[in-house]
Ligand binder design. Structure first.
Ligand code: NAD
Ligand code: IPM
Ligand code: MN
Length: 364
């Protein structure tokens, strides 16, 4: 039995995770898939009430008792510093050593591209974001805070081991998918220290993958080229911060933040799936959030459990419903979060040839 911990979190995280669970209930009807899940009430609400973000006991349980974590989003305007989000989300990434942040951005339907000819040149890019180092470690210092002489320093930490393992993961993925090219993205012209390390490591690892054409690009050029040539980039490997930024951009180029899933992985050990988007306080609580990114996280989870067939079935169901115009307002549609979830679950149930009554009523 695969045990899953679901952390809906804050804002639209709770809304989209409800739809992800409906999809899980349909998938559960597959006789060969044994699933069980618990919903954990971690997030801003509990942090504000109890002052607790993630206890040691909860961390131990997430580490030992579950095969995967599904997370909605964390972030709440009532917690201005978002300490709870850092403790839970970044805490889990670091403490479970989830060094791969895999963010696939694939255009689901030509009409979703915001580019004039984007539908004719569909994006299908796989971003490998380093997830345990870089600017995210919190290293640095602040001096003379609040004075005119304030100094704030943040460190960009890159280790050979950390850089090598994410670059190797990207190459292995490219090889497994028969993708002929890989691009490493950095800013070696302005920030040469990390740049030299990333480029030397790229060259070394590339020798093990002679069939894959590897090159390096500066991040500003890549930000531009994703827009100019959305279909030309297939595998991108980059640092934590650049990966964060480029994955929002790539998500927008496939139709928006509501569509992009991600997997935080330490292969064979731990996996955490979450939409690329955040808690979207501007639309939270209204029932209009797009659940597609969260549902596609379920597809990534199925892939991780070795069920590519079910992953594909979820992707197909989402693509079908989107093509039929059942879309939330961020995509120009008029459907609610739960309408999209309903339709995807129903389509999936049909595709899996299960009877309609396996879709439990809402709130069940
Ligand atoms: P955001 O992704 O929450 O929102 C950016 C824009 O995208 C907003 O206009 C929002 O309405 C829209 N959007 C996002 N998700 C959507 C969805 N499912 N459907 C339709 N529209 C959607 O980013 P933000 O506003 O910068 O951050 C809000 C909070 O979320 C912050 O506290 C931030 O730190 C946090 N955050 C959390 C995560 C995470 O938990 N993985 C990721 C990003 C941001
Ligand atoms: C993401 C988010 C997080 C990040 C924030 C909430 C810390 O933007 O998952 O992309 O920067 O990694
Ligand atoms: Mn981000």
């Amino acid at each position: 039995m695969a045990r899953i911990a679901i952390i809906p979190g804050d804002g639209v995280g709770t809304e989209v995770m409800a739809e992800a669970q409906r999809v899980l209930r349909v998938l559960e009807t597959d006789p060969a898939l044994a699933l069980g899940w618990d919903v954990l009430p971690l997030g801003a609400e509990r942090y504000l009430e109890e002052g607790t973000s993630l206890t040691d006991e909860e961390f131990r349980s997430l580490e030992e008792d579950y095969d995967a974590i599904l997370l909605g989003a964390l972030g709440d305007p009532r917690v201005p510093g978002n300490e709870h989000a850092r403790d839970i989300l970044l805490g889990l990434r670091f403490r479970l050593d989830l060094y791969i942040n895999y963010r696939p951005c694939r255009l689901l339907h030509p009409s979703l591209s915001p580019l004039v000819d984007g539908g004719d040149r569909p994006m299908d890019v796989h971003i490998f974001r380093e997830n345990t180092e870089g600017h995210y470690l919190g290293g640095g210092s602040v001096a003379r805070e609040g004075t005119p002489h304030e100094v704030a320093v943040a460190q960009d930490l890159n280790t050979r081991r950390g850089v090598e393992r994410i670059i190797r993961a990207a190459f292995e993925f490219a090889r497994a998918r028969d993708l002929a090219a890989l691009t490493m993205v950095d800013k070696a012209n302005a920030i040469p220290g990390p740049g030299r390390l990333w480029r030397r490591t790229l060259r070394d690892v590339a020798e093990e993958f002679p069939e894959i054409q590897a090159k390096a690009m500066y991040v500003d050029a890549m930000a531009m080229d994703l827009i100019r040539n959305p279909d030309l980039h297939r595998v991108i490997v980059t640092s934590n911060l650049f990966g964060d930024i480029l994955s929002d951009e790539a998500a927008a180029l496939t139709g928006g933040m509501g569509l992009a899933p991600s997997a935080n992985l330490n292969p064979g050990r731990h996996a955490l799936f979450e939409p690329v988007h955040g808690s979207a306080p501007d639309i939270a609580g209204q029932g209009w959030a797009n659940p597609v990114a969260a549902i596609r996280c379920v597809a990534l989870l199925m892939e991780n459990l070795g069920r590519e067939d079910l992953a594909q079935a979820v992707e197909d169901a989402v693509a079908h419903v989107t093509a039929r115009g059942i879309k939330t307002p961020d995509l120009g549609g008029e459907a609610t979060t739960s309408e999209v979830g309903d339709r995807v679950a129903a389509r999936l149930a049909r595709a899996l040839d299960t009877s309609g009554d396996v879709i439990q009523p809402r709130g069940a």
